[in-house]
Design a protein around this ligand. Structure first.
Ligand code: KG4
Length: 334
């Protein structure tokens, strides 16, 4: 079944052709350079750039896969969650295409697709497993009970881990997207030199990053006001370690309490070198299988949308022309 998948939830316009778990093409037009000058994504600019890029990106995905629109069996699109104007561009384009071609339209939840990025290269991965999904806008811990059945057991009460990385990185003078640049320059952490708080939450699997983000930003501002210089590589490593420790402890506590022997990592922050390394090491120690996407499938892309769409379609999840974009929607929506 050849699926043309479209993704436009944030600042990447992406299209891919997939056949089950197989990816035939995966095209991404990134807007990073454009948003860099503002230090973050400007939603209105993102929508405009999606509108300009979407048709060319889809054509390029078909061309790379060596097919034409006539060969497509279904259109898949990210419909939630994300920037509403950005999502609307993809959703409307997908609806038009599905109508014109007379093929099914498959709505895909953005976080479900991030999880599905793990299926692309990990042939043996099958639910059930526990998944930590960490991106710029979301941080959730969920049980993947089946390809289409999710039980969210933990969520961030405020900011996502990616947001914490991005804003702290911006404050220490790194370019957008800060998380990536912070990861690149981090050296050895020093929590004594830069003490940062450990957030507390009511639900043991929930996360909270806004207090940590504010504490880190205040520490930098205070140092600046006193004319002290921040050791940027050490500070970057300290905040990275703190965030990773929080993610790790909640994940393993859930795995232990719920008896999971398979853990997957997903979302843009899954590209973090320290997070991948410590999860890998800790899983090995505990005899837990660990799955993570290769770097090209960590950030927003349409290949993961196409793969999840295959499973959504099998469970009868298709939409009509009344499909709308939704800015916030839990992963276990019905
Ligand atoms: O999943 P994603 O591409 O977009 C959203 O749906 O949010 O995630 C983007 C987030 C940004 O916050 C970015 O800074 C972060 O992922 N990110 C990283 C790394 N690569 C991307 N954070 C830490 N370390 C990285 N290597």
């Amino acid at each position: 079944m050849l699926i043309l998948a479209i993704e436009s939830s944030c600042d990447e316009t992406a299209a891919a052709v997939c056949n089950g778990r197989m990816v035939l093409s995966n095209i991404i037009a990134t807007q990073i350079e454009e948003h860099k000058i503002y230090g973050g994504v400007v939603p209105e600019v993102a929508s405009r750039r999606h509108t300009e890029a979407i048709s060319g990106v889809c054509e390029s995905a078909l061309k790379t896969a060596g097919i034409t629109y006539k060969d497509i069996d279904a259109i898949a699109v990210t419909f939630a969650p994300g920037l509403i104007g950005a999502l609307l561009v993809g959703v409307n384009f997908a609806k038009g295409l599905a109508m014109k071609l007379g093929v099914p339209l498959i709505p895909v939840h953005h976080l479900r697709s991030h999880i599905a990025a793990n299926y692309i290269e990990n042939e043996t991965l099958e639910p059930p497993f526990l998944c930590l999904t960490v991106s710029g806008g979301n941080t959730i811990l969920c049980e993947v009970k089946d390809y289409n059945t999710f039980n969210r057991i933990g969520n961030t009460c405020d900011d996502a881990a990616g947001e914490c990385f991005d804003k702290v990185a911006r404050t220490i003078g790194l370019d957008y997207p800060g998380g990536v640049n912070l990861d690149k320059i981090a050296t050895v952490p020093d929590s004594k030199r830069y003490p940062l708080p450990t957030p507390k939450t009511d639900n043991e699997y929930d996360f909270s990053f806004s207090g940590l983000k504010t504490a880190a930003i205040n520490l930098i501002h205070n140092a600046n006001q006193k004319g002290e210089e921040i050791d940027v590589p050490v500070f970057a490593a300290t905040i990275r370690q703190k965030v990773c420790d929080i993610l790790l402890s909640k994940t393993f506590s859930a795995a232990e309490n719920l008896g999971y022997k398979k853990i997957a990592l997903a979302g843009g922050v899954s590209a973090n070198s320290e997070l991948r390394a410590i999860l890998k090491e800790e899983c090995k120690k505990r005899n837990i299988e660990f799955f993570y996407p290769s770097l090209k499938y960590c950030g927003d892309n349409a290949a993961m949308v196409g793969v999840q769409a295959f499973y959504e379609y099998q469970s009868g999840n298709t939409a009509g022309v009344n499909l709308n974009a939704v800015a916030t929607l839990p992963i276990d929506y019905r």
